[in-house]
Design a protein around this ligand. Structure first.
Ligand code: GDP
Length: 425
């Protein structure tokens, strides 16, 4: 079987976790290859309802090995907290089913503080960070000013390394922000606390993946957020600080030689966006509130109400291209059941002209949505499992979207539960 990446096509929260949880049935290994604990994948299965932040969504399947690759922002404290939550609900986590790359860089105690301090300094110009330290972490990673998880096995060298980083970082904390410095005791408590807890799971995951590939194992690459949040191709500066695209999966996973055969792009049947930045198709007022409530659109990490809008064809087509998606999973189609007419943002108006092209980030602020309406189906479709059993209007909506975004919709999700899915052959 082929290697596969499951990625977001839009602003994130498309339902990737739900798709990974479903499709891991066919895979031996699931690798998270980028991002940190700053977003959430919600998974509902026979073990319960889980909000995963860093743990791969294959963690619930017996026999599946889950890997946190070198591309992730590895925050030992939040990861250990998440591991405890999952274990409390009866999911076994052992070094056999969870492996952390020894080449993953650690999110250090000051990264979250720096995120908070910078968002406070920006005040009304803030980016809408979840304040999990992700941007300061990735900046420092690329400056080579973090430590690798594997350094936990070299305590003496680690101590020296951390103290020299602390000396450097305290210049910023105290000098730039006027905040209190980080202390040696804080660092020690961090190393002896969360770091010790996750240490048994740290290993050479690159070697593990190489062997898995040689043995013909099926590998699933799991992304966080979506195309429009990609550091290089997204809505800069309202992106995340890593590459959310499938093309980054080989690098961030620890298997640089991997060839990704299938890219499943996850698209929600309408649009949502968390945080600041241009969101051309945004709905407001009662119409927005109704959709938000129907889709329960509140952030898994922060509880923040998500901004909502109709499906944005311009942004979605762009997202499909960026991900080089080979097939699409369209999620939450059931949510639109209450609408008489379904709005879709089919084009943008920019400088008085209709356009199908996704604009340069600066121009995006000026773009206006062109909205068309499609016939609604006006009923609950959450129990439907076959394509032919969907109301005709729902099928027409899916077929329209498929054509407009230029990629086959293979999966139609009609509920959060694992089996609430229609698979088109
Ligand atoms: P992710 O980060 O891309 O995994 O997405 P989130 O977990 O943040 O958001 C998706 C939300 O929608 C979760 O609460 C899921 O349980 C839920 N969900 C996923 N697919 C469906 C669906 O087809 N219908 C409904 N009603 N909910 C869904």
């Amino acid at each position: 079987m082929a290697n596969c990446a499951i990625v977001g096509i839009n602003w994130g929260d498309e339902g990737k976790g739900r798709m990974v949880d479903l499709l891991t049935e066919n895979y031996d290994v699931v690798v998270r290859f980028q991002g940190g604990g700053n977003a959430g994948h919600t998974v509902v299965n026979e073990k319960g309802k889980f909000a995963l932040h860093l743990l791969p969504s294959g963690i619930f399947r017996d026999g599946v090995v889950n890997i946190l690759g070198n591309g992730v922002a590895l925050d030992p404290e939040s990861l250990w907290g998440e591991m405890c939550d999952v274990m409390e609900k009866g999911v076994a986590l052992t070094p056999d089913n969870l492996k952390i790359s020894d080449r993953a860089s650690l999110l250090l105690p000051w990264h979250r503080r720096l995120d908070e301090l910078e968002e406070a300094r920006l005040a009304d110009k803030k980016y809408g960070s979840t304040k999990q330290g992700i941007a300061p972490f990735y900046s420092d990673k690329y400056q080579k000013k973090t430590v690798l998880a594997g350094e936990l096995f070299y305590p003496e060298e680690l101590k020296k390394h951390l103290l020299s980083l602390m000396e450097w970082k305290n210049l910023t904390l105290t000098g730039v922000y006027g905040a209190s410095p980080c202390t040696e005791e804080e660092l020690e408590a961090w190393v002896n606390g969360a770091c010790e807890k996750i240490k048994p799971y740290v290993c050479d995951t690159g070697a593990f993946l190489k062997t898995a590939k040689q043995e013909g194992k099926n590998i699933l690459f799991e992304a966080q957020l979506g195309s429009l949040r990609d550091l290089d191709y997204g809505i800069c500066p309202y992106t995340t600080s890593s590459n959310t695209t499938a093309a980054y999966a080989p690098i961030g996973s620890g298997l640089p030689s991997a060839k990704i055969d299938d890219v499943i792009g996850v698209v929600k049947a309408y649009s949502t966006c968390v945080g600041e930045g241009p969101f051309v198709c945004e709905m407001f007022g009662d119409e927005a509130e109704e959709l938000r409530k129907a889709g329960f659109e509140y952030g898994a990490k922060t509880g923040r109400p998500r901004r909502v809008g109709p499906l944005d064809i311009v942004a979605t087509r762009y997202g499909v291209e960026v991900q080089a998606a080979t097939e699409i999973a369209l999620t939450k189609l059931d949510v639109l059941g209450y609408m008489e007419k379904i709005p879709v943002c089919t084009h943008y108006m920019l400088d008085g002209k209709v356009t199908d092209n996704f604009p340069f980030p600066t121009a995006l602020e000026k773009a206006k949505p062109v909205v068309e309406y499609f016939e609604g189906w006006g009923c609950d479709i959450s129990g439907v499992r076959n394509w032919e059993d969907l109301p005709e209007a729902a099928r027409n909506y899916v077929l329209y979207v498929e054509k407009a975004i230029g990629c086959r919709i293979k999966y139609v999700s009609v509920g959060p539960e694992r089996d609430s899915i229609i698979i088109r052959n």
